[in-house]
Design a protein around this ligand. Structure first.
Ligand code: GUN
Length: 290
């Protein structure tokens, strides 16, 4: 028999539901006032099955909390010019407050060109270079990328101390790793980025009071990577033998960590709820410009 887990579960399902409930109240007040409602448009190109699941979840959650949403799907063969035309039209449409282009895009499309075409004021993912620059500058007027912002909300909900702590971020993507490190730095953590070329990865990870794994390698992080009592955040969603597993080997890691996120039910729902919060944030900013 394996010993039972000792770590506190960072419950993303519960924490995201609390956030969605509070957004729902705000949206209800707007509806009662007869105000125009925030609207999120999600654009999906191609037929990646995982992306289809994610975008449906995003559209459904918006609906559930009383936010307007639209899902636009285009075939794999859609040209970059066609996609840019769609974005230009959404940029012009005053009823649209948030535009999300689901990633990854098909290989024949340049992701940076597409993201740069989104009006930064409607960039609900915070991935436009202008918004990444604002995040780097510590300017709070931009949306923060949904996954790392959701992780921060989860850490705060469980009052995980950050100031003066060692945070290790495994992964350096624009969408998770890089902004994750910046957000932890803003909270006065001492941040280290690790990646595929990092020497003695387990030893670096063992220094971490907060360890965020976002590399997409199933079960990479085992108990051997974990400082006793650390907060372990698993951003990975990998399909392994028909099962969803994270980047963290939960069974062994939970024996050593102080806090740990499950997969599913950890970071995933936080990403979705943060997307809703970001859409409402952009809506409020648009209203205040009128
Ligand atoms: N693909 C996986 N996660 C995300 C996300 O948060 N935003 C976008 N645009 N694409 C994704």
């Amino acid at each position: 028999m394996t010993p039972s887990a000792t770590a506190t579960i960072l419950d993303g399902k519960l924490t995201s539901q609390n956030l969605l409930d509070s957004l729902s109240v705000e949206l209800g007040a707007l509806t009662a006032q007869g105000a125009p409602l925030p609207k999120l448009v999600v654009v999906l190109v191609g037929d990646d099955p995982a992306s289809q699941v994610y975008v449906n979840k995003k559209a459904k959650t918006a609906q559930k909390i009383g936010m307007l949403s639209q899902l636009l799907t285009y075939p794999q063969a859609t040209s970059q010019a066609e996609l840019l035309a769609v974005i230009a039209q959404l940029n012009q449409d005053a009823s649209v407050h948030g535009i999300l282009v689901q990633l990854p895009l098909p290989k024949h499309i340049n992701t940076l060109d597409v993201i740069t075409a989104i009006d930064p004021k409607k960039d609900v993912d915070g991935l436009h270079p202008l918004n990444m620059g604002l995040l780097m500058s510590g300017d709070p007027s931009a949306c923060k990328p949904c996954t790392p912002a959701g992780v921060m909300t989860l850490l705060n909900a469980y009052q995980v101390p950050l100031a003066g702590k060692n945070a290790v971020v495994l992964g350096r993507s624009n969408i998770v790793g890089k902004p994750m490190g910046l957000l932890l730095l803003q909270e006065n953590a001492t941040v280290t980025y690790c990646h595929s070329k990092t020497a003695d990865l387990p030893a670096v990870c063992r220094q971490a009071d907060i360890l965020v794994a976002a590399v997409g390698v199933p079960n990479l992080v085992t108990a051997d990577f974990i400082k006793p009592g650390a907060a372990v955040i698993d951003v990975g969603i990998n399909r392994l033998e028909g099962k969803l597993v994270g980047d963290v080997d939960f069974a062994s890691a939970a024996q050593k960590a102080g806090f740990i996120t499950p997969v599913p039910g950890g970071v995933g729902p936080m990403t979705i709820a943060t997307l809703m919060a970001n859409t409402l944030f952009l809506y409020r900013q648009a209203q205040s410009r009128h």
